[in-house]
Structure formats: structure tokens, C-alpha cells
Design a protein around this ligand. Structure first.
Ligand code: SF4
Ligand code: SF4
Length: 135
């Protein structure tokens, strides 16, 4: 008998409220993100970093607009096709597997995340998602 597979949509449905794009977000960029976004914007990586990023712990992170939202928020994500890995994976991130408390903390600012489920269901869905996407 095979185990029941938990689908991502069983534990998360984005409401497109934009709340995750507001605040000092800590949206870190991996080198591939920097290349993809710079190319999408048609500027060099150096100009991209100087214009749109702040450095934190030696790593580039997306900056914040005066509105308090991510610098690329314009009613929706203006770089959606190339948005950073962190934004694409949300909320299916590795740290949930090491501490389920992270899911609950993240859910406090994301109405799309379900919290009325057993921890095992949430963990199974996050694990399956990360395995499918190659981590
Ligand atoms: S806060 Fe959650 S529900 Fe709202 S846009 Fe972000 S991911 Fe979607
Ligand atoms: S890159 Fe897009 S999805 Fe990510 S925080 Fe900025 S506006 Fe939101």
C-alpha cells in the first residue's frame, strides 16, 4: 500500500495579497538570481546591485522602496519571470524541515499558509515539494 501523497496546494494557496513583499524582507539573491534579474532588466550585474540591492552579511539582498515594499513590487511582482529563488520557493523552504515552528512563524504574515493541519502533513508536503524541485 503506497503512502498518500500530500500536494503543495493542500497546505498553501497564495492569495496574492503581497504581504510577503512588504517589510525588511531579507530576500537574498543567489548568483543565478543576480544574473537572471540583471539580464531581464537589461543592465549589468554591477549596476543592478548598486541600484536595487543592499548588502547584508556580504550577500546581495533586494532593497526596499519608500512604500515599505520590495523595490520590485508594483501592485504585483514586476520581475515575476525571474523573481529570486527565495520568492519562487516560498513557503516551501528547507528551514521548515528542521523546525516546524518556522512554518507557523511564516504563516503569521502569510494568509495563504494553512496552520490547522498536523505537523506531519505540512512536513510531508514541504519535503515532497523540495524533492520534486531538486531542493
Ligand atoms: S503573503 Fe502569502 S498569500 Fe500573500 S502574496 Fe505572499 S505568499 Fe501569497
Ligand atoms: S522579487 Fe517580487 S515576489 Fe520577491 S519580494 Fe520582490 S516583489 Fe515580492
Amino acid at each position: 500500500m503506497s503512502a498518500v501523497r500530500v500536494r503543495p496546494e493542500d497546505i498553501f494557496n497564495c492569495r496574492r495579497c503581497g504581504d510577503c513583499c512588504r517589510g525588511y524582507g531579507g530576500t537574498y539573491l543567489c548568483p543565478e538570481d543576480t544574473v537572471a534579474i540583471s539580464r531581464y532588466l537589461g543592465i549589468s550585474q554591477e549596476v543592478f546591485k548598486a541600484r536595487y540591492c543592499v548588502m547584508s552579511g556580504g550577500r546581495p539582498m533586494l532593497g526596499q522602496a519608500e512604500s515599505g515594499y520590495c523595490i520590485f513590487w508594483d501592485g504585483l511582482c514586476s520581475i515575476h519571470p525571474v523573481k529570486p529563488r527565495m520568492c519562487r520557493k516560498w513557503p516551501f523552504i528547507e528551514s521548515v524541515l528542521t523546525d516546524i515552528g518556522n512554518w507557523k512563524a511564516m504563516a503569521s504574515c502569510c494568509p495563504g499558509m494553512k496552520t490547522d493541519l498536523d505537523d506531519e502533513i505540512i512536513l510531508a508536503a514541504v519535503r515532497a515539494y523540495l524533492e520534486d524541485k531538486g531542493g
